[in-house]
Ligand binder design. Structure first.
Ligand SMILES: Cc1cc2nc3c(=O)[nH]c(=O)nc-3n(C[C@H](O)[C@H](O)[C@H](O)COP(=O)(O)OP(=O)(O)OC[C@H]3O[C@@H](n4cnc5c(N)ncnc54)[C@H](O)[C@@H]3O)c2cc1C
Ligand SMILES: *[C@@H]1O[C@H](CO)[C@@H](O)[C@H](O)[C@H]1NC(C)=O
Ligand SMILES: *[C@@H]1O[C@H](CO)[C@@H](O)[C@H](O)[C@H]1NC(C)=O
Length: 485
């Protein structure tokens, strides 16, 4: 059967990037999305996307592909260090591909797609500023996703169908293990009747991670995280659909707990939280315990900062598992994140106050800030090892000094594990052989980030491996259906 289109599952950044690339090759695309609205978790991304080196990084830019690679490897930790043989080589090639093609990915977004990404912050685990976002009011995830969606929607070869939940990948058995020929999906029709339909064609899976799958895959792989709130809406993981047809998975127990989700007002019991973007710390914010003492280098990797919070902070008396930590910004850090702050303050997650007013509940805060000012000015070395201070500008701490403060707690955020791919975004089976007709990109895939993903590298993997998946699937389609060229 000649397929009429390539099927892309999921309308987040990985799916939209793949789609855009397929359309560039003039291949028809059928995009299937389970929810009524496109965008996935990608639309929520609030800190930015990595690229090294780019013309947007502050001068003198000390960044290079090699530095980005070293930071990624250091962050990946145990699973990278202990891998051997073909597995080690594959992890190395994924990291090399991500970092070598990062600048090209940023320039694709800015120069071809038309997204502005001129602001660059330094996030945890990065040795320089390399996480790009726009200077305007839109958050990077929303800005990138909506611009890409507008671009692909204008193309006559593009068709998106929402409220289509893919339930099965169809594989034709045959020589060399067979090949993927389509998908089955559930549609809810009038009268709430669920109907199963099929679509035929090569498949690119871009259905995201399972950090919102508390009752399913998270409970299976990380029961110890039960009760910790998440930044992700409830949505089941899709790795099992691929495992059913022979795909291998890796690092499934590697789940990122982000150190800072906002504990909302009210009773604070919400299990889905708004993320306190890492850029808040990158642009100068600090973390303090309930009484106002600092306790960590805020720009350590997420894994390390979360570990310190759980060890050093008091538990909150809530049903949800939460800890008593506050994020504090001075006016300079707040100015650098004006549009974010506007949103968080409107939501009541961060309030503007003074050091004096906070003194009652946080007795140690004034002393902490005095000491910190000496660290920023270079008079003192930071006892926790922080070396970069964003746009922290306050030089003298008085009771009337303005600060911005919000309650934060660790939140389940991202899944590093997923289906095994190679550097061509092909999905591999347990023997390491590509499954013909099947590619995957984005958070559905595993192995690249090891035990800790660096902030900004998820949007980047969607762009880099989504573009590769688009190129590879296009070549396959042309070979499969010469008449369609
Ligand atoms: C609040 C928040 C802030 C973040 N900030 C950043 C940041 O600043 N920088 C960064 O790099 N990363 C950030 N991340 C992580 C990043 O946004 C995601 O990891 C990334 O966008 C994943 O993209 P994706 O395309 O792989 O998946 P998603 O964007 O999640 O898209 C997957 C899509 O597939 C659909 N889908 C799933 N299953 C099915 C199915 N069975 N059938 C049909 N459709 C299906 C989903 O509904 C969804 O629309 C953040 C994440 C969150 C939650
Ligand atoms: C369909 O489901 C929705 C949501 O659960 C419900 O509000 C509605 O009444 C249902 N309609 C029918 C015809 O059963
Ligand atoms: C840094 O802070 C100062 C002082 O509040 C502010 O005027 C300036 O705009 C900030 N810089 C950036 C890049 O936002």
């Amino acid at each position: 059967m000649t397929p009429s289109a390539i099927i892309v599952i999921g309308s987040g950044l990985a799916g939209l990037t793949t789609t855009s690339q397929l359309l560039t090759h003039r291949i028809p695309v059928l995009l299937l999305e389970r929810f009524p609205k496109p965008g996935g978790n990608s639309i929520k991304a609030s800190s930015g996307i990595n690229g090294a080196p780019t013309r947007f990084q502050p001068l003198p830019s000390l960044d290079s592909i090699a530095t980005f690679q070293t930071d990624t490897i250091n962050s990946a930790g145990g699973p990278y260090i202990s891998a051997t043989g073909a597995e080690k080589a594959r992890r190395e090639r994924l990291i090399a591909t991500l970092t070598e093609r990062s600048a090209e990915g940023i320039y694709w977004l800015t120069d071809e797609v038309g997204v502005e990404l001129s602001r660059v912050a330094r996030l945890g685990g990065h040795s320089v500023a390399r996480t790009h976002r726009g200077s305007g009011k839109k958050t990077p995830g929303y800005d990138i996703v909506s611009t890409l969606l507008g671009r692909v929607s204008a193309d006559e070869l593009f068709r998106m169908e929402t409220e289509r939940r893919v339930t099965r990948i169809l594989k034709e058995e045959g020589q060399e293990g067979g090949r993927v020929v389509g998908v089955e999906y559930a549609v809810v029709k009038e009268g709430n009747q669920t109907v199963v339909e099929q679509a035929y064609g090569p498949v690119v899976v871009a259905s995201g991670g399972f950090a919102g799958d508390a009752r399913g895959l998270l409970a299976q792989y990380r029961p110890d995280l039960a009760g910790i709130p998440s930044t992700n809406e409830e949505r089941e993981g899709t790795q099992p659909l691929l495992q059913e047809i022979g795909a291998a998975v890796v690092d499934m127990e590697q789940v990122q707990v982000h150190p800072t989700g906002f504990v909302e007002g009210g009773d604070g019991e919400a299990m889905v939280k708004i993320l306190a973007a890492e850029a808040l710390r990158g642009e100068g914010g600090i973390l303090v315990l309930g009484d106002g003492r600092r306790f960590v280098n805020e720009l350590e990797t997420r894994e390390k900062v979360t570990g310190e919070v759980m060890e050093r902070a008091e538990k909150l008396p809530t049903k949800a598992r939460q800890w008593d930590v506050k994020l504090v910004l001075d006016e300079g850090a707040a100015a650098a994140l004006e549009s974010h702050l506007g949103f968080y303050m409107w939501k009541g997650l961060i309030r503007k106050t003074t050091v004096g007013e906070l003194g009652e509940e946080m007795a140690a805060l004034e002393g902490t800030l005095r000491e910190y000012v000496d660290v920023v000015s270079g008079k003192k070395k930071d006892e926790f090892g922080r070396e970069s201070f964003g746009n922290w500008t306050i030089t003298e701490v008085k009771p009337e000094s303005v600060v911005y403060v919000g309650k934060v707690t660790p939140v389940v955020h991202f899944t590093m594990g997923g289906v095994v791919i190679n550097e061509l975004s092909q999905v591999l089976d347990a023997q390491g052989r590509p499954i013909p007709g099947l590619w995957a990109a984005g958070e559905i895939t595993g192995g690249l980030h090891g035990q800790n993903r660096l902030g900004g590298s998820s949007l980047l993997e969607c762009v880099v491996f989504g573009r590769i998946a688009g190129d590879e699937a296009a070549a396959f389609y042309k070979g499969l259906a010469p008449s369609a060229q």
